[in-house]
Unconditional design. Sequence first.
Length: 526
Amino acid sequence: MTQPIWIDGHWRPAESPTETFQAVSPVDCEAFGDTFPISSFEDVQDALSAGCKAAEDMRGLSPEPIALFLKAYADLIEKQASILVQTAARETGLPAVPRLRDIELPRTCDQLRQAAEAARDRSWRMAVIDRRLNIRSWHGPLAGPVVILGPNNFPLAFNSISGGDFTAALSAGNPVIAKGHPGHPNTTRLLAESAHEALNRSRLPRAAVQLIYHMHPKDGSRLAAHPSIGALAFTGSRGAGLKLKQAAEEAGNPVYLEMSGINPVILLPYALQERSEEIAAEFSTSCTLGAGQFCTNPGLVILIEDEWASRFLKSLADNLAAAPRGTIGSRQVLTGWSAALKELQLHGAEIITGGETEFSSPLKASNTLLQVSAKTFLAHSSKLQTEAFGPSTLAVLTRDSEELLAVVSGLEGNLTGSIYSHSQELDDELYSLVAPVLRDKVGRLLNDRMPTGVAVSPAMHHGGPFPATGHPGFTSVGIPRSMLRFTALQCYDNVRPHRLPPELQDKNPTGRMWRYIDGTWSQSDI
């Protein structure tokens, strides 16, 4: 049976689907579960029409129905945790325990509940009131639905119908059109059924949430350029992201992309003298976590060549060789990882350990360490920053601090960058030279910590300079700041009081909302 799609509040068959597909388990390489449609653009048009009507209905709507939906949805996800975890594990090859059940599912529910509270609080809308000039502004919802395209590697916490982008867009007051990932359609269906039940419990418009399982790439670009959308959010490869970026920006549509990165880790000399074995253990654990299928995987390590660097690399290679091989999420991901390694080798990188792939069941990649000199890296900087999305890292050996700085200066934009230094400040002089250069290359700067952990914190920045993302000023993790992507800054000049949004009227709508009134942050009425 081909599963229906969720359009305008109803589960209905896809209109003239171009093809169908099934999930394929990376563990046994067998197709399983329900059949899902690859929608034609007719389905997309229907979703857009309903989404535009929902955007009108949600304009001026109290945040309470949104908060009620988000909390009810989190509750329902928890109620079906067992089947969700079981299904997601089979579709992605990720461990059910602890990864999915104990980490990713609680994170999914936590960010839904955080967003519910932020929606109610409203302070994040940054209302500004200038009484002298009678000008007032805030961050209001967009004029159309937000399209979410999620990745394959986080089937719950970044799913297009339950993840961070979905949560941020809806809590900001926008309807969402979720486009599922073909790697985990059964998980997406289960989530959507819970979302449907939560929506029926709320007072939100019936098209506040819609789902299409899949579409052809040309239709994805057509959707990104459609004048009816409010914005588009995408997490995935650089190639696909750049096509969506071009289509959206040519049409004037906001687009938020999380694409690629190698997340450099810089090891300063005295840190290696002090604790090279400890750092090697941390690095190998981070590099192999989730079989390296993290957007914050440490894909590059930069160090000054000496006895301690050699010891570190020997320990790292031994740790990687001894670590179990994780399951890769799909044949496409494994093919891409293998091609990336060949690209690195073609431009001078040497494999120290690993480099093998297993395309038979289960899909696996060996934990891999490559090495290259700084001279070669600088000569082929762009090619040697090719992302190998999997359990691998490239070590760049520099001759001295000057060459290390040259390598850091040549880095592209990344989500994260880490610097390990001596605990008693012996590396401080070099740190003071390296950190300002790295700071401009990354969204999140870390000290003495690997980058793979991404906390759902208001202070978190999960973003960074291009090409890690499409814009350095926004984060896809961290409520409420991630919500600002899906807003429009709206100004009211000399507008009569009763015509203003409640957040900009003289009376504070919650009694707790922070507003910037005549140069001072206040929770008071005017």
